[in-house]
Design a protein around this ligand. Sequence first.
Ligand code: BGC
Length: 363
Amino acid sequence: MLKRRNAAVMAVAGLGLALSLAACGDDDSAGGSDAGDGGSVGKIGVILPDTESSVRWESADRPALEAAFDEAGVEYDIKNAEGDADNMTKIADGMIADGVTVLAIVNLDSESGAAIQEKAASQGVRTIDYDRLTLGGTADYYVSFDNTKVGELQGQGLADCLGEKPANIIYLNGSPTDNNATLFAEGAHSVLDGISSYKKVGEQAVPDWDNDEAVTIFEQLYTKADGKVDGVLAANDGLAGSAISILEKNGVAGEVPVTGQDATVEGLQNILAGTQCMTVYKSAKLEAGALADVAIALAKGEDAETTGTTTDSSDNSEVPSILLDPQPITKDTVKDVIDDGGQKKEDVCSGEFEKLCADAGIS
Ligand code: BGC
């Protein structure tokens, strides 16, 4: 059912984005806006969620978004809500007052996200959900990866590391306020629950993806399972790191496979060191590029090219979407992330990791 959103999805053939006006400044770009074909577009606002739940937002998404908008020659403003939904609301109000014509958010929870989108729409500002779907929201488009597939890749990755022998598994899920976390867990369970030799011995969601709280939560789950834990489904690399710290404390890091997501420097290093069995790489360049394409189309009053629709589980409405393909990464393919520019070799292969990188064929 397409009800409150932009139903007509027309392909916008090649936006022909030329480098017309280079934006400057690391936060707020300067200059006018011209999407390269002479059509003037307004300013685009993006609000990232925080700096703690994953390093990706500031280390990968921000630079990729800046590069995509700079390349398109559009004016933009990227801010970070620092994990505070009231702060995100204030930033959104400020951006709307400042005249953005398109606003993209990575919501901190669906309720505050939906309120921001409603207010934006009432002022004639088009909105986009970036990475996280706002349940009950009014975003015109949703740009993300196939998040159920992310969970399936994590489940399959853990199964590949565990093999078929009986295994006790702990699930350390993402924030209960993040719709993605629900999809990751569903995807992982869809694979692991089908393997009869596996047993779930603990599962908990980590509020706000808080890595410190995850250490405490994981330790409690581990103790409750009497340390009889053979595998850990951790929803991202940060949570994986939290679990690994407790496995280390118990002298079993490296023996108990742990999954992850985001292909962070730390996650890739843990994979090289053998304490993490896999991660999921979601190219920030692709996601930011897709967001820029949609934002520019909207700013020009056009429809954007989509890959399909996503069902908002709160009201069964369909949101026009661009969903990208996530990639599983193991020790053998850490080099693919580096080759793709997802991380820099000098960051991943520093110090003690130099030799491990060479052993993994990263030259
Ligand atoms: C994103 C993940 C990220 C997590 C914590 C999720 O919504 O899809 O990439 O690790 O939030 O920020």
